[in-house]
Structure formats: C-alpha cells, structure tokens
Design a protein. Structure first.
Length: 584
C-alpha cells in the first residue's frame, strides 16, 4: 500500500499579507466563490495558495459539498499529487459520479493505472454508473498497462451502457486497442464512429506506425488532413512539436490540406518554410496554385523547380496543363504539352484529356476534336468527357451529340460519364437517348451522385442537399435565402434556368435552382458566422453556372467573402467578383 499523504491541518494560519487573494474571503462567502478560485489556482498550478485555500475550506466546512471535493481532487491531480486527490475522495461524505470520475482521472493522468482500474472496479461495485469522462480514464489505464483483456471488458460495458457512439469514449477505445497491438479491432471501432476527433485519428495513425504498417499510417494521415481543416491544424501543430514538419512528405500533405480547405496562404507558408522539397511537395504546390487561379505563380514555380535541378514528372505537367486550361491560356498549354517530350515524357491519356479540355474550354472545339482524331492511343472516357464539357460550355449540341455517341460505343462507363451523356442528349433535344443513358445507369445498379455541399463549424460538419429541409435551422436558412433573393433581384440578378436539363415549366425550373445545396450552405454560414469570417463551402460536384452568378450577387449584397470548392477548383467570391474570372 502506498502511504497516505499529509494534507494541510485545519489549524494552519492563512497568510494575512494584503497582496494574497485569499485575504478577500470571508466566512459568509458562497462555495461558488471558492470553486472559482480553486479553478483559477488549478490552471495556474499554484500549490502554496491552493494549500492555504484548502485549509480555509476545511475551517469553513465547505468540504462536505461534492462540487468542492471535485475541484480539490482536480487541483491536486494537476499539481501531480494524485495521493492527495485520493485522500480528498475518501474524506468526501457524498461520492457522486463526478467525484468518482475526478479521482479515477487523477490516477490515470498521473501514471497510476493500477489505482485507476482498482477504483473503477470499486465504483461499479457500489452500483455507480460510469460516464463519458470515466470510460476514457479507464481505457487509458488499460493502454498504459497493456491489459487488452481488461480493456475488452471495459468496451463491453461501454456497449451495454450506450456510450458506443460517444466520440470521446470511442476515441479512447481506438487509442487503447492500437496501443495494445489489436489494430484490427481499433480500425473496426474507428470505422464505425459517426464522427472522429484528433485523438481517434492520432490513435489509428500511431497504431499502424507502431506495427510498421507505414503505408496505411500515411494514407490515414492524409485522409485526416483532407477531411477536416480544424483537425488538420491540430495535426499540423503536432507535427511542429514533434519536428515532423521538416519532412518533405509531411510538408506535401500539409500543402494539400490547406489548399483543399481553401487556405492558400497557409499552403504557401508551409511550402516556403520547408527545409527540403521533394518532387511531391513541388507538385502539391503547383496544383494548389492551379486550383486557386494563381496561374502565374504556378509558372514561376515551374521555372524555379527547373533552376533548382528538380526534374518534373508526368504529374508536374498535368498540374501546369490544368493551370493553363482553367485560365484559357491555349498557347501556353500547347507549349508545356510539347515540352514534355524534351524531358523524355510521352504524353498519356490524362495529358491528352487536359489538352482537349484546354481547347474545349477556350471554344476551339474543332481543334479539340482534331487532337482526339490524331491521338496515338485510343481515346479514353476522360478524353471524351473533356470534349463534352467544352461543348456544354459553348452550346455546341451537334458536336456534343457526336462525342456522346462515340463515348456510348465504349460500353460501360462511369456513373459521372453517364450523367454527362444524358445531359448532352437532353441539351440536343434527344430525350430518348437521354433516357437510354439514364437507363444504362439504373441497369448497372448505379445512380447519379447526389450533389452535396458542406460547411465546417467548430468540430461539426453541416451537410446540405438541394431542397434540403432536414437541418435544425432550416426555417432560418430559407428565410435568409428569401431575404438575399430579394436583394439580389434588386441588384439585377435573373435566374438562368437553362442549367436545369429537364422537361419542366419555367416556374418549377426557377424553384429547383433556387435551393441548390451550395446556396443552403452559404445561407447557413451567413446566419452562423460573424461578418468578418469568410464562409467556406465544399461541394462534391461542379458548381452550376446560375449558382456561380448567384453567389457573385450574394457576395456583393452581403459584403461577405465566400469561398466555394467544387470538384474542379476553388472560387473566391468577393464584392460581386470571382477569382476564376468566370472561366472554369
């Protein structure tokens, strides 16, 4: 048995010096004042003053209040005196769930896992139910001890008590299984979590790295960065603390993280501060510039890369071709396409698709079709898709129908391509062929990807679909859209219903386009975030032309900065203008 510590006797005099905050107390003050000061001393880790306050509490008789006992236990825990915490616990006349939680946490946080498990069992023996604070302390102790068997028992109790969907409890279970070497169960718990935090992601990444499964660890690391900006920032901080930010592999992931979350300045900062830049880091920064319309910066980076002696690869050229395509720089794009051969890189299907996309977006549709006819390799789905996109942008329904026929001849294509074909036929008025393309989709058991937009608020992600009314703040969101709509119409906005490729009347088309997912997400951002905070919306499909116009009006009427990432690029809307220059 560990010896019991000696706490301050109740007769110990309190320091009477006027600068001491304890002098402000009188017997008649409420226990809330004492709790407030205890919290302050806990944060400052001020042991001498805490001991004096404890003596005052004993003299005043406040130690019988469970909340005061709870704060005293936490104070001694943070002061790394867990045995003092234990004595407070035993002296407490009433032991609430919070009191149990505090003492078990004190043991777990101060590397006394055996005592934590021992008191966890005692709590259960006294029929006190654990909660979302106690379970993580118990699993942490199992992880320290490497006691997988005890951890499994705790997990069973988690399920029985209904805490198996709590993010904090499940994160601690993931961490426990990973540290005990049961990576498969850790992954099962991780995959079944409805939401994840930095503990669950870090636990899984650590578990894979500990077992030497480095590829899966890196894969998860990248996924963690891309899924959540706030989580990514936390992991970035962890990288800095552990000196991993000097790794070019970590650097390229961080560049991609900030770029894909719309924070291009942070991506530049990571790139410029990287002590070593491998090819992956250069490519990550190049595509970031291309997606954010920093086209000239992308060209400058390419030159700098050549000067540094880093040889570009096929991905590098895809990046610069993408930049050219989304800026309408045809001659520049053709130059880089030819430059590949000087580096001994033979253009592949993706490069041809990029060249066709470049020509098609610029309205050079016949030239794009000529490139396809002269390709030394068979045109792929992505090549025909690029031509179809150009035809849709410039309204060439005849060539679109031709491209759709050629793509149809390929047989099975992706669901996205089937949608492109259906839209191309519909735009040309070939409704039967459009129905045939949709039927092919259904026959293969596939369906059109639902258009979704999402906004991150703290550690929560709010997702919207077109016409969605399931959100808790739906009434406010739609009210905001109505208010914005009136302002936009006064400013000159007129809905373009040509983007609704269905046989419905004008009013129905106008209604269907008014409540697209990105507009709902933006309205939510406007009623949630302060005016000086940019609204960042992520979208899984390409933003339609009418929504693009509408959001320009939204930014002008509201004075807000709105950043939308669709599946093509980033659009930064400010004062009625978009960073893409209406070319996307």
């Amino acid at each position: 048995m560990l010896p019991s510590p000696s706490l301050p006797p109740c007769s110990r005099p309190i320091d009477k010096r006027p600068q001491n905050p304890l002098n402000q107390f009188s017997f008649g003050q409420t226990f809330r004042d004492i709790c407030t000061l205890l919290l302050s001393l806990t944060r400052s880790r001020s042991l001498p003053k805490g001991l004096q306050l404890h003596a005052h509490i004993i003299k005043s008789g406040f130690q019988i209040i469970p909340l005061v006992s709870h704060h005293l236990i936490n104070f001694y825990s943070k002061a790394q005196l867990p045995l003092f915490s234990r004595q407070i616990f035993h002296e407490a006349p009433i032991k609430s769930a919070t009191t149990w939680s505090s003492v078990i946490s004190s043991f777990a946080q101060n590397e006394l896992p055996c005592l934590a498990i021992q008191y966890f069992r005692r709590m259960l023996g006294e029929c006190a139910l654990p909660d979302d604070h106690i379970f993580p302390s118990a699993t942490k102790s199992c992880a320290i001890l490497g006691r997988l068997d005890v951890g499994e028992s705790v997990h069973c109790l988690v399920v029985k008590t209904g805490y198996d969907f709590d993010v904090f409890v499940c994160s601690s279970l993931v961490d426990m299984y990973a540290k005990c070497g049961d990576i498969n169960t850790a992954r099962k718990v991780f995959d079944e979590m409805p939401e994840r935090n930095v503990v669950s992601w870090s636990g899984m990444i650590y578990g894979y790295a500990q077992l030497g499964v480095n590829e899966e660890a890196l894969k998860l690391f990248k996924q963690a960065l891309y899924d959540d900006l706030e989580l990514g920032k936390q992991i970035h901080g962890l990288c800095v603390k552990t000196s991993f930010e000097s790794s070019s592999f970590v650097g390229s992931s961080l560049v991609s993280l900030y770029s894909k979350c719309g924070v291009i300045d942070a991506a530049y900062l990571v790139f410029t501060e990287g002590p070593v830049r491998n090819l992956g880091m250069w490519n990550a920064m190049l595509i970031a510039c291309a997606q954010h319309s920093h086209t000239n910066k992308a060209f400058d980076l390419f030159k700098e890369m050549e000067i540094c002696g880093t040889k570009p690869n096929f991905i590098t050229f895809l990046c610069v071709l993408y930049a050219c395509s989304h800026a309408g720089l045809v001659e520049k794009g053709q130059y880089y396409f030819e430059l590949m051969k000087e580096y001994g890189i033979e253009p592949g299907a993706q490069h041809y698709a990029s060249l066709v996309d470049l020509l098609g977006r610029a309205g050079k549709l016949q030239e794009a079709a000529s490139v396809i006819s002269k390709m030394p390799i068979a045109p792929t789905e992505s090549v025909w898709g690029a031509l179809l996109t150009g035809c849709r942008i410039h309204g060439d329904t005849e060539l679109a129908a031709y491209a759709a026929d050629r793509a149809f001849e390929m047989g099975d294509v992706s669901s996205g391509m089937n949608v492109l074909l259906s839209n191309a036929y519909a735009a040309a008025g070939r409704w039967e062929d459009a129905a045939r393309a949709r039927k092919m989709l259904r026959d293969r058991g596939l369906k059109k990807e639902t258009g979704l937009s999402w906004v991150e608020e703290g550690n929560r992600v709010h997702t919207f679909a077109a016409g969605d009314r399931s959100h808790l703040r739906t009434e406010e969101i739609y009210q905001k859209l109505e208010e914005l709509g009136e302002e936009m119409e006064r400013a000159g906005y007129v809905a373009d219903t040509s983007f609704v490729l269905r046989e419905v009347d004008g009013e129905e088309k106008s209604q269907s386009i008014r409540y697209h997912s990105e507009r709902l997400a933006i309205a939510f951002g406007m009623i949630t975030f302060p005016p000086d905070r940019p609204i960042r919306v992520m979208k899984n499909l390409r933003i339609c032309g009418d929504c693009h116009t509408a959001i320009k009006f939204m930014s002008k009427c509201s004075g807000r900065v709105i950043i939308v990432r669709d599946n093509n690029r980033f659009h930064r809307f400010e004062d009625g203008k978009c960073s893409c220059g209406d070319y996307w």
